[in-house]
Design a protein around this ligand. Structure first.
Ligand SMILES: Cc1cc2nc3c(=O)[nH]c(=O)nc-3n(C[C@H](O)[C@H](O)[C@H](O)COP(=O)(O)OP(=O)(O)OC[C@H]3O[C@@H](n4cnc5c(N)ncnc54)[C@H](O)[C@@H]3O)c2cc1C
Length: 471
């Protein structure tokens, strides 16, 4: 698809510099410095569909904090750009590396270092996968709430660097609500320990929060202290409600939010997403044009909350069904989880990510419909309706994003901003959305944020050309 804006073709001088860097790295890190063609090819792309203009110099497979520090010291001395990489599952092109860049992978740093059930916290290395973490916490009766749909392939370090969310954050919060502290290796190799192990704490500036969502531009996350929860033992109640119009489904979701009842999951699928998912899973076609809310309540109050929510949905015009059966609940949620592969059966999919205040959800769906009509494009859309977070997914033919799709996407991003929303609810800015960031932040804040980056990374070697890139 579109090429990385941050890299340039190597010349002879650059190749000479690359060789000097490689020999310094190999002297300290030996076989952990990888230049295999297949590995370099993998590092060119994340899961956004974007690919850089060529392979990076090397991938360092860090196995310890010391490895990360050595890599950063050497990269700093050679003024070589470094792209940190976890699972490579990002959807904004932020982990894509190109010519003249070094990739620092934290994927081998996978240990759960400490679990403290009495404090509801755990300390982890950054490369641990969400799923592996929860499997190791389960015997303690604990879990870490952030649950991106990529949980079996994404790393906790990548979750923190992107500020990830997931289906359950309607009730249990996003990564930002679930991290107490972060160990960070700075661009020059120094290690700083940010945050604390206490639930409260206001000494100094909150640099942990600054690192969450920083997309590999402030430093390398080499450890994290995570806030845990007790596993909810009761079987969740699952509701589905179908509506003739997507706007009605969105308004019903807003009514649930304003009632103060807190569902664990509240997902909205528009008509095209729902029909595509049914087709992919071999289910009977839904009613023509129908959109669907899928909601789960959990905990001791789950059944009573489900009944209250059902009443709100009926009053909003929905056709509602409820199940207490966990297998049936899982089957209903699997329809929602099938959305991305389902729309990929329609063509190439550019999955986008915007968020609006929850009361503006219906207006944002109106904007999706307007943009579809105005530009003649197809945009199946699902929403984490409990958070006001939409994933409009542009479908088109061929491998390249056509200019009309970018025009339509830009129009839609501006609609989200006009409604008081943001360019990204959970996937980040990366490479894909860098050109619109200044519109959201305003000139003064954009400058201020760039100054903050310079304090952490004066030479600008950490993930350059992303987030704050200017064309
Ligand atoms: C099928 C699918 C479903 C998805 N569902 C969701 C979802 O429900 N919610 C959601 O929020 N996202 C979702 N995503 C996007 C993606 O999985 C998340 O953004 C995830 O948090 C990225 O983790 P990663 O380890 O793959 O990071 P990468 O893609 O490797 O990196 C992402 C960014 O983090 C930086 N980074 C990675 N590790 C570190 C580190 N140790 N230190 C500093 N910077 C680092 C990289 O430089 C880059 O900027 C989905 C992706 C796919 C493919």
């Amino acid at each position: 698809m579109t090429h990385d804006l941050s890299d340039a073709q190597p010349n002879t001088h650059a190749l000479h510099l690359d060789a000097a860097l490689l020999s310094a790295l190999r002297a300290e890190l030996g076989s952990r410095v990888d230049t295999a063609a297949q590995m370099l090819e993998t590092a060119r792309a994340d899961r956004s569909g974007h690919i850089s203009s060529g392979p990076p110099i090397a991938v360092v497979h860090a196995e310890s904090v010391a490895d990360v520090q050595a890599t950063m010291r050497i990269a700093s001395a050679h003024r070589t750009p470094v792209v940190v990489r976890g699972g490579g599952t990002g959807l904004a092109g932020a982990a894509n590396a190109g010519p003249g860049q070094l990739v620092l992978s934290t994927a081998r740093m996978t240990r759960l270092l400490e679990v403290r059930p009495e404090d509801l916290l755990a300390v982890v290395e950054p490369g641990i996968l969400n799923l592996a973490l929860d499997e190791q916490l389960a015997p303690h009766g604990l879990w870490w709430a952030p649950d991106p749909a990529s949980r079996d392939i994404a790393t906790v370090g990548g979750n923190i660097a992107t500020g990830a969310g997931g289906l359950l954050c309607a009730k249990y919060g996003v990564v930002r609500d679930a991290v107490l502290g972060v160990d960070l290796v700075l661009a020059d190799g120094r290690l700083v320990r940010l945050g604390r192990r206490t639930v409260k704490g206001v000494s100094g500036l909150d640099l942990t929060s600054l690192v969450i969502g920083s997309e590999g531009q402030l430093g390398v996350i080499v450890g994290a202290t995570l806030k845990l929860r007790k596993i909810v033992s009761e079987t969740p109640c699952t509701l589905t409600a179908t509506f003739a119009e997507v706007r009605d489904a969105a308004r019903a979701a807003s009514a649930v939010t304003s009632s103060g009842i807190q569902p664990a999951v509240m997902e909205l699928m528009d008509a095209l997403s729902l029909a595509s998912a049914h087709r992919l899973l071999g289910l009977a076609d839904p009613a023509a044009g129908a959109s669907q809310l899928t909601i789960q309540t959990d905990g001791p109050a789950g059944p009573a909350e489900a009944e209250q929510i059902a009443e709100i949905l009926r009053q909003a015009g929905g056709t509602v069904s409820i199940t207490l059966d966990s297998e049936e609940g899982e089957r209903l949620l699997s329809v929602r989880r099938a959305m991305l592969p389902a729309v990929e059966t329609l063509g190439t999919a550019l999955i986008e990510d915007v968020a609006v205040p929850r009361s503006a959800l219906a207006d944002m769906f109106d904007e999706v419909a307007r943009v579809e009509r105005q530009y003649g494009v197809t945009i199946p859309t699902i929403a984490h309706a409990g958070d006001g977070n939409l994933h409009p997914t542009f479908v088109f033919a061929g491998p390249e994003v056509p200019p009309v799709v970018w025009d339509a996407a830009a129009d839609l991003f501006r609609s989200a901003l006009r409604l008081g929303g943001t360019l990204s609810g959970e996937h980040g800015i990366g490479l894909l959305k860098a050109r619109w960031l200044a519109e959201e932040l305003g000139e003064e804040q954009w400058d201020l944020q760039r100054e903050v980056l310079r304090v952490f990374d004066p030479a600008g070697i950490l993930n350059p050309g992303k987030v704050f890139a200017v064309e």
